[in-house]
Design a binder for this molecule. Structure first.
Ligand code: ATP
Length: 203
C-alpha cells in the first residue's frame, strides 16, 4: 500500500441486536480498524458546537441542560415521531460523515469498517465500497437486546425494529451477509469476507 492511498471503506450493518458490534470485534482482531458511527454520533451531539446549535434551533433550548444533552427530553421528542427522528438524523448524519472522513485519513490498513445501525436508511452506503449485513431473526434479536439492556421492554424493541428497514430490503443491497442466528459459526464467515476483500483490494 502506498503511503498516500486511503483505506477502502466497507460498511457493516444490521438491525438492533443483530450482532454488528460483536462481529465487528472479530474484524478488529484481524487488524481492521472499526469506526463506530452510532457511538461517535452520540459523542458528536455532546461535543460538536455546530451540531449542538442546530439541535437547539430545531428542538429547543431544553435539548441541553448545563451544556449536556438532555437525553430524555430529546428522546421524548423524537421517539414516537418518524418525521422528528428523520430531522434529527439529517442534522447528525453530515457531522458523522465529516468525522468519518477525518478518521479515514489517519488509518493505514487496506480497508476499514464503518459500523452503523442505519447505513441504507441514511443513504451513506452509497459512499462505501461494499456493505456487510449481519442478520438474525427478529425474535433472536429481541431476546438478545432484552438480555443486554434490561431497561428496555419488548415493546420498545419492536418499535425500533418497525422503524428500521426489513432484513429483506437490506439484503437486496448488501454484497455480503453474515448469518448470526447462533446456528452457523461466525468466525469462518468473517474470514471468508476478509480474505475476499483483501484479495480484491490487493495492496
Ligand atoms: P445494537 O444495534 O443494539 O447496537 P448490535 O447489532 O451491535 O446491536 P451486539 O451488541 O453486537 O448487536 O449484540 C447484541 C447482543 O447479543 C450482545 O449482548 C451480544 O453479546 C449478543 N450476541 C451477539 N451475537 C451473538 C451470538 N452469535 N450468540 C450469542 N449472543 C450473541
Amino acid at each position: 500500500m502506498s503511503s498516500t492511498s486511503l483505506p477502502v471503506a466497507v460498511g457493516i450493518t444490521g438491525g438492533i441486536g443483530a450482532g454488528k458490534s460483536t462481529i465487528a470485534r472479530i474484524f478488529s482482531i484481524l487488524g481492521i480498524p472499526i469506526y463506530e458511527a452510532d457511538s461517535r454520533a452520540k459523542w458528536l451531539i455532546s461535543n460538536s458546537q455546530s451540531l449542538k446549535s442546530q439541535i437547539i434551533s430545531h428542538f429547543g433550548e431544553q435539548s441541553f441542560q448545563d451544556g449536556s444533552l438532555n437525553r430524555s427530553y430529546l428522546a421524548r421528542k423524537v421517539f414516537s415521531d418518524q418525521q422528528q427522528t428523520e430531522l434529527l438524523n439529517s442534522l447528525v448524519h453530515p457531522e458523522v460523515a465529516k468525522d468519518f472522513d477525518h478518521w479515514m485519513n489517519i488509518q493505514k490498513s487496506a480497508y476499514v469498517l464503518k459500523e452503523a445501525a442505519l447505513l441504507y436508511e441514511t443513504g451513506s452506503y452509497n459512499n462505501l465500497y461494499k456493505t456487510i449485513l449481519v442478520s438474525a431473526s427478529d425474535q433472536i434479536r429481541i431476546n438478545r437486546v432484552l438480555k443486554r439492556d434490561p431497561h428496555r421492554t419488548e415493546a420498545d424493541i419492536k418499535n425500533i425494529i418497525s422503524r428500521q428497514w426489513s432484513e429483506e430490503r437490506k439484503a437486496a443491497l448488501c454484497e455480503f451477509t453474515i448469518q448470526n442466528n447462533g446456528t452457523e459459526l461466525t468466525i469462518p464467515q468473517v474470514l471468508a469476507i476478509h480474505n475476499q476483500l483483501m484479495s480484491e483490494i490487493n495492496r
